[in-house]
Design a protein around this ligand. Structure first.
Ligand SMILES: CC(C)(COP(=O)(O)OP(=O)(O)OC[C@H]1O[C@@H](n2cnc3c(N)ncnc32)[C@H](O)[C@@H]1OP(=O)(O)O)[C@@H](O)C(=O)NCCC(=O)NCCS
Length: 221
């Protein structure tokens, strides 16, 4: 492996939600290579305090080798795509397309239909290829030594979008893996711990009825 093109890697491309500290480390490496080295972005502007505060990261890999990543942040009624980057030598191919396709699927599955991005002004035509429109009325703004424009895309609601009425254990699955059983689905096979049905003194307390609502509605007084 000489690291020059994705086709040189034996493993196929995968794009998924980042979940582990190892994933976070790989993302930091890719962003350091692209933004800090190629674009001379200072560390504290690249790692701006928003990476671990409610963001979802997607990582593109060939096997264990990280090739690209992006960050999604969630606001009331819209999601924001940020920090899209692909390592030099792996561009003009399926990495960026795979990241964007997965980003659109994740945001629609989470019930969002509105997607915005602040993009480097010279890349406006590039983002239009993904169905974004240029919010020209928002003008051009500058940060980290670069001029940015705002783009927006509106998608149809996902037919399987998650809602407050989605099965509780589906909502508990790992982000982006909502269609396969997760660790908590598997844990349900163990049943509830008998100790849960004993009070502090060790006396049995009644189990909830099988079809009882999971929680009581609380009314504000
Ligand atoms: C943006 C990025 C993720 C796109 O990756 P990609 O889809 O693999 O595509 P490419 O790098 O081949 O670029 C796609 C197109 O954008 C154009 N483009 C990319 N960078 C450009 C730049 N600095 N100036 C002008 N055009 C640029 C390319 O010329 C190409 O156009 P073409 O398809 O007509 O040849 C990748 O270029 C990247 O990681 N860039 C550095 C990080 C960055 O700037 N991210 C965007 C922040 S808004």
């Amino acid at each position: 492996m000489d690291g020059s093109r994705i086709d040189d890697f034996e493993a196929p491309l995968t794009v998924r939600v980042a979940r582990t500290m190892d994933d976070v480390q790989k993302i930091a490496v890719v962003r350091a290579l692209v933004y800090m080295r190629e674009q001379a972005c200072p560390y504290e502007e690249e790692f701006d305090g928003n990476d671990l505060a409610g963001a979802t990261h997607l990582i593109a890999e060939a096997g264990a080798e990280p090739l690209g990543c992006l960050r999604l942040r969630w606001f009331n009624g819209f999601a924001k795509v940020e920090r899209v980057c692909v390592r030099e030598g792996h561009r003009s191919g399926k990495v960026a397309k795979g990241l964007m396709a997965e980003a659109v699927e994740v945001i629609r599955r989470k019930g969002y239909t509105r997607f915005i991005g602040q993009v480097q002004a010279h890349l406006v035509p590039y983002w239009k290829r993904y169905g974004f429109i240029h919010r020209s009325e928002r003008g051009v703004f500058v940060f980290s030594d670069r001029a940015y424009a705002e783009m927006e895309a509106i998608y149809d609601a996902h037919p399987d979008a998650l809602t407050a009425d989605t099965d509780p254990l589906v909502l508990d699955r790992p982000e982006g893996e909502w269609d396969s059983p997760g660790p908590l689905d598997r844990s349900a096979e163990r049943g509830a711990c008998p100790a849960q049905y004993r009070d502090r003194n060790g006396s049995p307390v009644p189990k909830p009825a099988q079809n009882a609502p999971a929680h009581k509605k609380v009314t504000a007084s």
